[in-house]
Design a protein around this ligand. Sequence first.
Ligand SMILES: [Zn+2]
Length: 365
Amino acid sequence: MSVELLTPAQARARQRAGALLIDVREEYERADGQAEGALGIARAALESNPAAQLPDPAREVVLICQVGGRSLAVAQALVEAGYRHVASVEGGTARWIDDGLPVLRPTLDASRTDYVERYSRQLRLPQVGEAGQQRLRAARVLLVGAGGLGSPAAYYLAAAGVGTLRITDDDVVERSNLQRQILHSEARIGTPKVNSAALALAALNPGVVVEPIARRVTADNVDALLDGVDVVIDGADNFATRYLLNDACVRLDKPLVYGAVQQFEGQVSVFDAGRRRGQAPCYRCLFPSPPPAGLAQNCAEAGVLGVLPGVIGLLQATEAIKLLLGIGESLAGRLLNFDALSMRFHELRLAVDPECPICNAHPKG
Ligand SMILES: [Zn+2]
């Protein structure tokens, strides 16, 4: 018993004579159009439990995919599982369309159509897929600062479909921000940054919930701000906030995505000591206490090339998305430095400090 290969026209004739035509592509692929009369059953569902989808092994089945590879593989699996009349369409839906055979767009409700169109490039990544996209949708990220780092991070997290963005910042938009803080605009000078951010993000992706909080992070409110959050992005780029967030993230078991910029250089890391006590360092493992007041400069004093926070903020967003999806290797235990003038990245290994006053003072369990 082997798989029969059919041209689209032959498949159409078989379908008319009673064969079951099945499109094994994913829903977001079928949304662009599928062979008329085809039943959509994604490959994984068909392969994992064929009997549930096709109870009669004697029924003639014709499989079609995008260009013919996947349908052939599934057809072979069905033959091995005991199905006796299995065919695959050579050239798939692409050739079906080229040959002028009828195509239908499956009817989806409006929100489902938005979803499969909006995220189609991510849904087709095996490391994301439907399950990963749903994880992003269910996720909540705390973004501290709607400035230079927070702007690109927020834009891309919203675009990627992170369900809820809680954004804190107590500043208002000033003209001097616009050289790098791309969430904001000339027309919104003078309005609170969190409100400006909410408008910009709603215009990009209305499905994302933005929780604007026009407050500075303090010792009194930090626990409430972290409540229900999966990942924290520090886009404030000042020492007081950095230590406050670090200590709270260790205490509340949240991963912290750190970023800092100055002039032409930036750095980024992930501090995951809260979830991985003794295995991943926290910020205080590196720098146990803040520098003396007056020694540390910020962007306002030292200046910064406008694109620099864009690069670092996007690296932070990348790390946040990886943490939410649980994919890849995070920057935990590594400090990535970026020099825009030489266009070089270099990496430092970061060790856990066994004497760290924060991540070892609160042992787990
Ligand atoms: Zn530590």
